[in-house]
Write a protein that binds this ligand. Structure first.
Ligand code: PEP
Length: 249
């Protein structure tokens, strides 16, 4: 099947102050000079979006947010709307990351509402799904991600630019990764669930893999059928590691 160009996105999470900001800026500047065979995006904390947009101006590296509110404006103290993320300089936004699902109680319905807000603001959502270790051990990985796709992807996504990121919760930040066969099995199931939900509109969007991607495993993971890119956490804060992953595409 013809797939869209691969997307490698770095999720800086709540990092980017002091030494980690200096390292992140070194990475951003190096990326600007680096030719890549894929789309590359950096997703800094909201406070750094405008700064990174300035640093990366004129290059091909894209900027993403890590979350947005489902409402366009109003009395939501502490929140940032999709329009604000866009206005700060982002073109993409990560939604439904497992750290938000677990730490902030975000449900599939919450994620779907945020996706609608992102689309209305002209942002390309990267919608995260993935099973916990307990679900994996119970043999429920495919069932869980299929349910998350059905619940987190609004039908309005059909025909729009977006990505889904399969991130097994137990692989995030742990150094553990599923086998290549397990990745292939889940990505195939995610694609089937996307088509069931969006019809033909669910065929083209890339399905990223996320969870302990590093230079040494990136090439083999990115070569798996239906892996349309990577969502990278820890390794996206170190210039050498993130550049190594991009070179592996
Ligand atoms: C993530 O948090 O999206 C992630 C993939 O983290 P890591 O690469 O550090 O496992």
């Amino acid at each position: 099947m013809k797939q869209s160009v691969k997307l490698v996105a770095g999720n800086w999470k709540m990092n980017g102050l002091g030494e980690s900001l200096a390292e992140a800026e070194t990475l951003a500047k190096a990326l600007k000079e680096q030719a890549a065979a894929c789309r590359v995006a950096l997703c800094p904390p909201a406070t750094l979006i405008a700064r990174m947009a300035q640093t990366l101006k004129g290059g091909v590296v894209e900027i993403g947010g890590q979350d947005c509110h489902a409402k366009a404006s109003g009395a939501y103290t502490g929140s940032v709307s999709a329009g604000m993320v866009r206005d700060a300089g982002a073109g993409l936004v990560i939604l439904g990351h497992s750290e938000r699902r677990a730490g902030f109680g975000e449900t599939d319905a919450d994620v779907a509402a945020k996706v609608e807000a992102a689309l209305a603001a002209g942002l390309e959502p990267i919608i995260c799904i993935g099973e916990t270790l307990q679900e994996r051990e119970a043999g429920q990985a495919v069932e869980v991600v299929s349910r998350q796709v059905a619940g987190s992807l609004p039908v309005s996504l059909a025909g729009k630019a977006f990505a889904v990121a399969y991130e097994p919760v137990w692989a995030i930040g742990t150094g553990l990764t599923p086998t290549l066969e397990q990745i292939e099995e889940v990505h195939a199931a995610v694609r089937a669930a996307m088509i069931a939900r969006l019809g033909e509109g669910g065929r083209a969007a890339p399905i990223l893999y996320g969870g302990s991607v590093k230079p040494s495993n990136a090439a083999e993971i990115l070569a798996v059928a239906e892996v349309g890119g990577a969502l990278v956490g820890g390794a996206s804060l170190k210039a050498e590691d993130f550049l190594g992953i991009i070179r592996a595409v």
